[in-house]
Design a protein around this ligand. Structure first.
Ligand code: C2E
Ligand code: MG
Ligand code: MG
Length: 750
């Protein structure tokens, strides 16, 4: 088998082989060769094309020869043919895998010795010792080979001219080889550079990380698609601007100064930065900034790569949350709770406020857990936790202390009753049954209370005492609460008993209204009655309102009681009319809490509609404390009631601070002078003067005046002289049950 003896003809001339300086013709040939190749490079020819062209031109300048470019493989172990335009694939196959060695032929030796090799007789030269068979097979007699260098000046391959004649290279041939190898080197390096550029582009475009390139003035030159995806800005939005436009405003100047100091000193910076997206949202990113320098060592660019770490952050937050919260109930763990208590104490101490620490334990949880199974028990605990949490204010805190025990912090406590109120609410909430797993589960809890500062100044002391009190509550029959301090305990017991009793009273109709007549001083006729509530306590007998109204107000039960009172009073008024009494005005006492928490206007409309009482006959007795309410809301409610025709009176007038003129704004019809002025009217000239002044002023404002607590004739005389319109008091009658009141009227009419 022999090599194809072909030559290219684009540079058509016979090679001249002689030594000595180049002839004009030879110089022209070399120049033509360079021009031809440069032209195709300039026209953007593919590097392989350029190398092939170089080979063919070289072959055309040496008759009876073929050219080849061999490159070292990636492991730098062996040479393989890269381009050999005049060899067949089978021939190329045979040459491939050539190893650099002293006997490895011209090309093998170029790599081995890193210098040009001119072998003029391959049949005898020892440099061909290992591959002599190839010389014979290809009929190659001379072979000149020259190194191809990389941009880093490393020998990466060979450019060879093999001849079918034994021959020595002339200067022209040597130059031909040199020019060829350097052009091939350039073409390869250029391709390598373009290849890495293409690779960089691929990385830049496809990177998951956002990339931004700026010049040395920090003007943005380019950004990649990930940048646009994360920040929302396209290249057109940011080109020519500085990264300052992304700033979230969360970092101060010191932060950026430290960043640039690091870049100046070490050439890079890495860290977490909060930036702002195009839609205004701020987010955390992990950013790395590096400077880029040219061969001269001058900085030419800055490259910033970043990734959005918001997800990571929220995961971190979640981990932090989970590690500081009870997995079952989601409540803060004990150490977080302790922190809250310490903070609360540091705030409460200077302002003389109190803090309540409650230890709460479910009474029958073990039984429920055993009978429902553990999974359901867990669900139940979760529901309990939610219920308890629902009772608390934002400033309070709750934590689970293992099993079915909870600790609660009550903050901003002004008086002991505020704690009682919360304790009562927790007991009631926990004991109200709830639907669970297809049945109605009812349970209860025992609560122990310790109070800061009375019972201790730190968590250990307070918690220890709260638990002790809780054990007592358990011993005393469960479903109750105990304070660590005895005095508070008694107060609390009273409060809890009344609160509990009032709920029972509502459910079991233990309330009754008594009526006290109101008499006109003009004609000594009974013109109306004040309804006053009484509680028939199953054990303690008849209870006056002083015993329970304030607790009913604190617990909010007064709202429900009030609804009953108003309707019962209206119904009674109608009943008397049916029984033949003249139409009497019915006065009902209304608490400020009813205005605040209830929808009083609706309640009254409903009562009037249900009973059919003439609204003109209903009078609401309000106290001055009502003025502490939200005035606009109050005015609107009172206005609505006035429009219905309902009358308004101010009870216990003179005990508050309000001026008459101010009260008039509320469209009041009547004043009730407080008992305290009436009581001493006989003996204290001051009180007599005050009563006279009140009556006069009220009359100029077109208000009627009624005096309450009239117990004897002397009082009555004073009041009559002062110009009072009506009176009410034991002198005429104590508050009476409805039928006794009816009898009283009938008797007085006789
Ligand atoms: P109040 O509205 O000022 O009622 C007058 C109180 O004076 C009544 O006491 C009445 O029994 C008492 N009283 C009447 N005449 C005399 C007298 O000549 N001498 C003396 N010493 N006392 C007399 P009661 O019934 O114990 O009510 C006390 C307070 O409880 C009431 O004061 C009122 O503020 C409140 N109250 C009573 N019933 C209700 C009610 O249905 N709803 C609300 N929100 N409060 C009520
Ligand atoms: Mg009253
Ligand atoms: Mg009164």
């Amino acid at each position: 088998m022999s090599a194809q003896h072909t030559t290219a003809s684009s540079v058509s001339h016979q090679s001249v082989s002689h030594s000595g300086p180049l002839s004009i013709e030879e110089q022209t040939q070399l120049l033509n060769l360079q021009r031809a190749i440069l032209k195709s490079i300039a026209q953007g020819a593919e590097h392989l094309e350029v190398i092939k062209q170089t080979c063919l031109l070289a072959e055309s300048l040496l008759t009876n020869s073929f050219s080849s470019v061999m490159l070292m493989d990636d492991h730098y172990q062996q040479l393989n043919v890269y381009v050999a335009p005049s060899l067949t694939p089978e021939q190329i196959q045979k040459i491939n895998g050539l190893r650099p060695s002293p006997g490895g032929g011209s090309c093998g030796n170029v790599i081995y010795q890193k210098t040009v090799q001119y072998v003029s007789n391959t049949f005898t030269d020892e440099r061909w010792e290992d591959i002599r068979h190839l010389a014979h097979e290809f009929d190659v007699r001379a072979c000149w080979s020259i190194p191809i260098f990389s941009a880093e000046n490393k020998v990466i391959g060979t450019f060879a001219l093999s001849s079918f004649e034994h021959r020595e290279p002339s200067l022209f041939h040597r130059m031909l080889l040199e020019i060829g190898s350097s052009i091939i080197g350039i073409a390869l390096n250029r391709n390598h550079y373009q290849e890495s550029l293409r690779q960089f582009e691929k990385v830049f475009e496809g990177s998951e990380q956002g990339i931004m390139v700026t010049d040395t003035n920090l003007k943005i030159l380019s950004v990649n698609p990930a940048f646009t995806k994360v920040l929302g800005y396209s290249i057109d939005d940011v080109k020519g601007k500085t990264p300052k436009m992304l700033s979230s405003g969360l970092h101060d100047q010191l932060f950026y100064r430290a960043m640039w100091e690091s870049i100046t000193h070490f050439g890079h910076w890495r860290g977490e930065v909060w930036n702002r997206r195009k839609n205004g949202e701020i987010f955390p990113e992990w950013l790395s900034i590096s400077e880029v320098r040219n061969e001269l060592g001058d900085i030419t660019h800055y490259v910033g790569t970043f990734s959005d770490i918001s997800d990571l952050k929220s995961a971190q937050k979640e981990i932090q949350y989970l590690s500081s919260h009870d997995a079952l109930t989601g409540l803060p763990d004990i150490s977080l709770f302790k922190d809250r208590l310490e903070t609360a104490i540091s705030i409460a101490a200077p302002s003389n406020r109190k803090i309540g620490l409650l230890a709460l334990n479910l009474d029958n949880f073990k039984f429920l857990n055993d009978s429902l199974g553990y999974a359901s028990g867990d669900k139940l605990l979760k529901l309990f936790a939610e219920r308890l949490k629902g009772c608390l204010h934002e400033t309070d805190a709750i934590s689970r202390h293992g099993g079915d025990e909870f600790i609660i912090l009550l903050n901003n406590i002004h008086d002991d009753d505020s704690i009682n109120y919360m304790v009562d609410m927790l007991l009631t909430e926990v004991s109200s049954p709830f639907a669970f797993a297809g049945r109605n589960i009812s349970t209860s809890c025992s609560i122990g209370v310790a109070v800061y500062p009375t019972d201790g100044h730190d968590f250990e002391k307070l918690f220890g005492r709260a638990r002790k009190a809780m054990s007592q509550a358990k011993e005393e029959g469960r479903n109750t609460a105990r304070f660590f301090t005895e005095k508070l305990n008694t107060d609390s017991l009273h409060y809890l008993n009344i609160a509990y009793g009032l709920r029972e009273a509502l459910a079991h109709h233990q309330f009754e209204l008594h009526y006290q007549p109101q008499i006109s001083l003009k004609d000594a006729q009974v013109i109306g009655a004040e309804a006053l509530i009484r509680w028939h306590h199953p054990q303690n007998g008849m209870q006056p309102p002083a015993q329970f109204i304030s607790i009913a107000e604190q617990t909010g039960l007064i709202v429900e009681m009030g609804e009953w009172i108003i309707e019962a009073a209206c119904r009674q008024g109608m009943q008397w009319q049916k029984n033949g009494l003249p139409p009497l005005s019915i006065a009902v006492n209304v608490s400020a809490v009813q205005f605040r928490r209830g929808n009083l206007d609706k309640v009254i409309i409903k009562a009037l509609e249900k009973t059919g009482l003439n609204p003109q006959l209903l009078e609401l007795e309000l106290t001055e404390s009502i003025l502490l309410e939200d005035i606009d809301h109050l005015l609107a409610q009172l206005d609505g009631l006035k429009k219905l025709g309902v009358k308004l009176a101010i009870d216990d007038f003179g005990t508050g601070y309000s001026s008459l003129a101010y009260l008039k704004k509320f469209n009041i019809d009547r004043l009730k002078i407080d008992q305290s002025f009436v009581r001493d009217i006989n003996t204290d000239p001051n009180d007599a003067a005050i009563v006279r002044a009140i009556v006069q002023m009220a009359h100029t404002l077109n208000l009627e005046v009624i005096a309450e607590g009239v117990e004897d004739e002397a009082m009555l005389k004073h009041l009559r002289e002062s110009g009072c319109d009506e009176v009410q008091g034991y002198l005429f009658s104590k508050p009476l049950p409805a039928d006794a009141f009816e009898a009283f009227i009938k008797n007085s009419q006789l």
